[in-house]
Write a protein that binds this ligand. Structure first.
Ligand code: 3NM
Length: 217
């Protein structure tokens, strides 16, 4: 696998959907079918929180979702679990600040996509220096999805990093909806990363399409 270009990464980040079994009330595979049909551009499997699947169950769901993503050419990224990503030959890994260092993960995954969640300017520069392909900045708006999420930070950090000349592909995350997505794009993000706005929508297809419209403008 070739290392991903910034231009390709930016394209993939447009409508970046994250899901685990605890984020939906219906069958995650059904949600995935509809989200793909609605137009998601990238996917992250994030099996976290109370009641999250473990071991074989986690592996099996990841594998089923990956297969669906492959059938539709949507790159499949695994949150945190480098071993799972390697055993599935996933397209990439996304890590937070509590996980292994970005440099250590880069060593293990070679040219696969590496995303890092950052919450401060310093963390952003460090992640870039350690080889991140893209950054996730959040929470932009308040969210109840991540149990240990920080307070909503708005779009200020995105704007600051862009003003300083950082060109790394980046997405906003946290409480993003079709209504507020244009603010995130206007601040300088390449795309938006969402869980609830898609996973718990009454109509997953319709909500994904609305989000796409909001992002592409
Ligand atoms: N990371 P929703 S906020 C997974 O701030 C995650 O890094 C965040 O879910 C961060 O779209 C978040 O439902 C939850 O708000 C995003």
């Amino acid at each position: 696998m070739e290392i991903i270009t910034d231009a390709k990464m930016r394209e993939l980040l447009k409508v970046y959907f994250i899901l685990g079994s605890t984020n939906c009330t219906q069958d995650p595979l059904e949600v995935m079918h509809q989200a793909i049909e609605g137009g998601i551009t990238l996917f992250q499997y994030r099996e976290k929180g109370t009641g999250a699947l473990l071991g074989e169950d986690k592996y099996k769901l990841a594998q089923a979702i990956q297969k669906l993503c492959q059938q539709h050419q949507i790159p499949f990224i695994v949150n945190d679990d480098v071993d799972l990503a390697l055993s599935l030959n996933a397209d990439g890994v996304h890590i937070g600040q509590e996980d292994e260092s970005a440099a250590a993960v880069r060593e293990k995954i070679g040219n696969k996509i590496l995303g890092v969640s950052v919450h401060t300017r310093e963390q952003a520069y460090e992640a870039i220096q350690q080889g991140a392909d893209y950054l996730g900045l959040g929470p932009v708006f308040s969210t109840t999805t991540k149990e240990d999420a920080k307070a909503a930070a708005g779009t200020a950090l995105i704007q600051t990093l862009r003003k300083e000349g950082l060109t790394i592909p980046l997405v906003g995350i946290g409480g993003i909806t079709a209504e507020n997505a244009p603010l995130v794009m206007a601040a300088g993000a390449d795309g938006v990363s969402v869980i609830t706005a898609i996973s718990l929508a009454d109509s997953v297809i319709h909500s994904t399409q609305k989000l796409c419209q909001a992002v592409y403008g």
